[in-house]
Design a protein around this ligand. Structure first.
Ligand SMILES: *Cc1c(COP(=O)(O)O)cnc(C)c1O
Length: 388
């Protein structure tokens, strides 16, 4: 691609993928790659899943868009399905993770006001990632991403992730909501100590603030539960979903308990494309595949295996994660070079920092593909580790 046609926002790898199937990708020369990344935790059911493809084709041949002035069958069916999965939450559909966070933030401020609370502040975590729009970026706890775009939205406080005492100290009557990832994804798969989410829940309840969980990356089976908060038996008031939701089509959802969701009234929030028939049909097919193929359980079992294999490969590195969301942190800055060499060898993965590799393969990855990917990884990583 001629560099002069695109804004220079992305560092692109020197590979052009043309087709995919399950956990495999093929480039324009027909070379095969094993996918340990799933398009950043999006392609959970794999690439070109026949049932998702068929659902998209069928719906695209019937109706693509009518706006949210009208009901459509796929959107209603999807909201019902998500309600089942979340024990009764109601959905607002949008088109991305950032938009689902925006909806959650607006909902929380409206809810506080309606409940007579003079509470507009949000508590978020340092190193968190919630998206790039102004509200979501204000929530994101990474100064490097924020500083060039100041001033951001007022009212966001950041506390160290996983630190209950810091959260308790920041909590006050003026807090509308606490917004957390149950496991921080972009920060390098940071799993908080057991009891952290429960403590956040109790602190929110203490002042009447909402607990918003950003499950954009962790949701929908990725961590070996439908939602990562289920590992901790903590229920959020509001939950953000996106990434894997529509099998690769752009879709986000902000879900809330009905008592909270009812704070929005007609006209408070909207999206032209949100919940459109094609993406809703794709999401329904994706959820069907996750359920019928037992991919939540598969993520748990395969994830355990991958974690122990990685720990055996590099006893000196820190291996952490849950289900098929895993990171390996090395003591030196080798990750970028490992990622580049792995790509050359036919393995797709990514680095969340110069020290840290992230693994988020499609949940459908087979044991044989996992073994082959690990063998490739061991080879390239050993070459890098012995020269640095
Ligand atoms: C990816 C991500 C987002 C942003 O999603 P976009 O679709 O890129 O806007 C928000 N929160 C989390 C936890 C994410 O991983």
């Amino acid at each position: 691609m001629n560099d002069s046609y695109l804004m220079p926002t992305y560092k692109r790898s020197p590979v052009k993928f043309e087709t995919g199937r399950g956990a495999l990708l093929f480039d324009s020369d027909g070379k095969e790659y094993i996918d340990f990344l799933a398009g950043l935790a999006v392609a959970s059911v794999g690439h070109a899943h026949p049932r998702v493809t068929a659902a998209i084709e069928a719906q695209a041949g019937k109706l693509v868009h009518v706006s949210n002035l009208f009901e459509t069958g796929p959107q209603e069916e999807l909201a019902a399905r998500l309600s089942e999965l979340t024990v009764g939450m109601q959905s607002f559909f949008c088109n991305s993770g950032a938009e689902s966070v925006e909806a959650a933030l607006k909902l929380a401020r409206k809810h506080a006001g309606l409940n007579g609370r003079d509470a507009t502040r949000f508590i978020c975590a340092t190193e968190s990632f919630h998206g790039r729009t102004f509200g979501a970026l204000s929530a994101t706890g990474q100064p490097s991403k924020q500083v060039p775009f100041a001033p951001l939205v007022d009212g966001f406080t950041h506390v160290p992730f996983g630190d209950i005492a810091a959260l308790a100290q920041a909590m006050d009557d003026d807090v509308a909501a606490v917004l957390l990832e149950p496991i921080q994804g972009e920060a390098g798969v940071i799993v908080p100590p057991h009891g952290y989410l429960a403590a956040a829940r109790a602190l929110c309840d203490g002042v009447g603030a909402l607990l918003i969980l950003d499950e954009v990356q962790t949701g929908l089976g990725r961590t070996g539960a439908w939602f990562a908060h289920q590992h901790e038996a903590v229920a959020p008031d509001v939950m953000c979903l996106a990434k894997a939701l529509a099998g690769g089509l752009p879709m986000g959802a902000c879900l809330a308990r009905p008592e909270v969701a009812s704070s929005f009234v007609t006209g408070d929030h909207a999206s032209t494309f949100g919940g459109g028939p094609v993406q809703s049909a794709a999401a329904l097919a994706t959820l069907d595949v996750i359920e019928s193929d037992g991919l939540v359980y598969r993520a748990l079992v395969t994830g355990r295996r991958l974690m122990s294999d990685l720990a055996n490969l590099w006893p000196g590195a820190e291996v952490r994660g849950r289900g098929l969301l895993i990171a390996v942190e090395f003591s030196s800055e080798v990750a970028t070079e490992i990622v580049e060499r792995a790509l050359g060898a036919g393995l797709v993965l990514n680095a969340t920092s110069p020290n840290t590799l992230r693994f988020a393969p499609p949940l459908v990855i087979t044991n044989e593909q996992l073994d082959r990917g690990l063998a490739l990884l061991e080879e390239v990583a050993d070459a890098v580790l012995t020269t640095t």
